[in-house]
Design a protein around this ligand. Structure first.
Ligand SMILES: [Zn+2]
Length: 669
């Protein structure tokens, strides 16, 4: 019943999914956070806490993290956790003794809030805290709260209190739409845990869950594990590109950005060389997920995972991916041809395009199409006191290299009528200012800032009654809509011109420079998207019908040939490095789906005038305000004022790839 969608960390995962991210950014360009001297609203002040020398340090606050006094020392986690567990017990008792009605849902939400508050904070601290003692304490808290959640999700008495409400048609009809949806979501969490089964099957479901958790963490660990080979097996002249361990060479990644073709090839072949135990973990993980899904009443794991999303069922996802792939095909071939030409230019002896080439050559081509230097300045704006955004923007040793958004506390209407204000953290990795220059952002960093701000504003502008569906706690394929929409804003001259200034001269950016920069992002973008389609399809097939028709590696080969186009390299098994199979399980397509929705919203509502107040208000009313409290497709319909078809989704994505030739003409003068 609880915490099924703790999207703080999931949203973070999605950020990593964004194609082409790493290739951008090093254009010697920058944006500065310009400080204005007008009086700051509380949210604005939170942004502005980085005057010289004293950076915002969430963790040095001895008054306690996020104002929770128990968390001023690692041991505090124990106290906060015990407190949450005690409160949980009281609330469980109350839920079971209260006659069924809207009150039931309220108690469930409070219950979920009591646990999520501590678990969400711990989730964040265990990743981001610089002191190991805090990280360990947080890790321990996550575990014990997790166990509690498992227990509650199989607590029959608790389940029955909700069941009594939902099986009484008259009572259900008397609930408002949001309360009813939240009640159903809680019920859904019970059901996917197997609560409705007889005792023997329920026990089996619990066992399967434990096994799946264990296999997931083993598989995840294996996705990063380096492969080693004897150094004499590598040509002399490329050995220095890799770390050495005595007589062994350690290959810990794909070295996708290495200019030397042979280095990339060696890394690809060695890092992706199949590992028998990793293969076994993957197969067992997939078949156990399949067993669990069947046990609780679904035909495949995909069917179970997709309930409540925009797509709703695997057939829709596959249609979406196949249509998208068909439409991309011609463009992808052109992209590959462009990369092949570039490879021939740089390396005439060996110009066949191989799977280890696209990230590098598309980066080279992009950089060529956009060689300007940019220096611009950013002003942070804010709305009134809707919640708190803690901004942890600057690099620090030990900090994860991931830009992300964490929910620390969800918004909800409290029993006393007050609104519990949402609290989130935005974590970026911006460089520090130096004596000679302020912090200058590359265009890529600026886009990330806008992206993460999109998540933050989803949390701030959400006004859900229940924290279970606060802000970003919504279906996965909707979760990235607000953040990707902000990327469209960050790529629009009319928007950028509002804040971007040369950091020394104060000059605004020339329009064609911004346009050219935006256009350069479309270079080779079809091939990038095609790769995402291939990954998403693979994820669907692995979580589709079981037993699988073929070994996972054969499926990879087949899918790569059909949905990507570059040849499969024998004796490699990329799927063993596909860590998102664990976290997304059948929902890897979500990023593409969210982008399609964001693209439609941008074109229909903001392209003509990005500052259109009425469109902005509609966006807040129809989408952001509901968090996950409304069915995602209804939110999309409310915003677009029509019901988009799969073709509309596909066309929105594909039309974004069209180059605006005017930009290049304007430039070649
Ligand atoms: Zn995101």
């Amino acid at each position: 019943m609880l915490c099924a969608q703790r999207l703080g960390s999931l949203a973070a995962g999605l950020a990593a999914l964004r194609p082409g991210r790493a290739a951008r950014g090093s254009l010697g360009a920058g944006i500065q956070a310009r400080r204005v001297s007008t009086s700051w609203s509380p949210v604005g002040a939170a942004f502005n806490v980085k005057p010289q020398g004293r950076r915002l340090d969430l963790f040095r606050e001895r008054r306690g993290l996020f104002g929770v006094p128990e968390l001023s020392a690692p041991e505090g986690f124990y106290i906060a956790q015990e407190e949450a567990l005690r409160k949980t017990e009281l609330l469980v008792e109350r839920a079971c003794s209260t006659p069924p009605g809207p009150q039931t849902v309220l108690i469930f939400d409070e219950l979920s809030d009591a646990l999520c508050r501590v678990a969400d904070l711990a989730d964040f601290v265990k990743i981001a805290h610089p002191e190991p003692a805090f990280r360990e304490a947080a890790e321990e808290t996550c575990r014990s709260i997790g166990t509690m959640v498992e227990k509650l999700n199989t607590n029959v008495e608790l389940y029955q209190s909700l069941q009594k409400l939902l099986s009484d048609k008259k009572l259900v009809d008397s609930l408002d739409v949001e309360t009813r949806r939240v009640a159903e979501l809680f019920m859904f969490d019970f059901e996917i845990s197997g609560i409705h089964l007889d005792e023997e099957k329920r026990k089996r479901a619990v066992d399967l869950n434990v096994k799946i958790l264990d296999l997931s963490s083993k598989f995840l660990m294996g996705t990063n594990f380096p492969n080693k080979i004897e150094k004499h097996l590598l040509p002399d002249h490329i050995r220095h590109n890799f770390v050495r361990d005595g007589d062994l060479v350690v290959v810990d990644g794909l070295h996708a950005e290495a200019p030397n073709d042979l280095v990339r090839e060696a890394a690809y072949r060695i890092f992706l060389y199949p590992n028998a135990s990793q293969l076994k973990y993957l197969e067992e993980l997939l078949s156990n997920r399949d067993l669990l899904a069947k046990l609780v009443g679904y035909s495949t794991f995909s069917h179970r995972a997709l309930q409540g999303t925009i797509a709703q069922k695997p057939e829709t996802v596959m249609q979406f991916l196949e249509k998208l792939s068909d439409k991309l095909c011609e463009r992808t071939i052109k992209d590959f041809e462009m990369m092949r030409q570039m490879k021939m230019k740089l390396n005439p002896q060996n110009s066949e395009l191989m799977p280890w080439d696209p990230p590098y050559y598309s980066g080279v081509i992009r950089a060529e199409s956009c060689r300007d230097e940019l220096r611009v300045a950013v002003v942070h704006e804010s709305e009134g006191l809707l919640g708190y955004i803690y901004c942890d923007f600057f690099q620090r040793a030990d900090k994860p290299h991931q830009d992300c958004h964490f929910t620390i506390r969800g918004g909800r209407l409290k029993e006393d009528g007050d609104y519990q204000l949402p609290v989130v953290v935005l974590m970026l990795n911006l460089p520090h200012s130096s004596r000679n220059s302020p912090t200058l952002l590359t265009p890529g960093m600026m886009e990330n800032l806008f992206h993460e701000m999109g998540h933050a504003m989803h949390s701030m502008l959400g006004r859900t009654r229940y924290q279970h569906v606060t802000g970003t706690r919504c279906p996965t394929d909707f979760a990235e809509v607000p953040s990707i929409l902000m990327e469209y804003f960050s790529n629009d001259y009319r928007v950028v011109n509002q804040f971007a200034r040369h950091y020394q001269t104060g000059q605004p950016l020339p329009k064609n420079m911004v346009s050219r920069l935006c256009e350069s992002k479309k270079v080779c973008a079809a091939a990038d998207m095609q790769l995402q389609v291939f990954y998403a399809t693979l994820d669907q097939i692995y979580h589709g019908e079981h037993p699988l028709r073929k070994p996972t590696t054969d499926i990879l080969k087949e899918t790569q040939e059909k949905f990507y186009g570059l040849p499969y390299v024998p004796n490699t098994a990329w799927q063993l490095r596909f860590s998102h199979l664990v976290g997304y399980g059948a929902k890897y397509y979500s990023y593409l789906m969210s982008r399609a929705v964001a693209s439609m919203v941008w074109k229909e509502c903001f392209l003509q005038d990005p500052f259109n107040r009425a469109a902005g208000e509609r966006y807040r009313r129809e989408m952001l305000a509901h968090g996950g409290g409304k069915e995602p497709m209804l939110m999309v319909q409310g915003m677009l004022q029509k019901c988009p078809s799969i073709d509309d989704f596909v066309n929105a994505l594909v039309s974004d790839l069209d180059l605006d030739f005017e930009t290049f003409l304007m430039d070649s003068k």
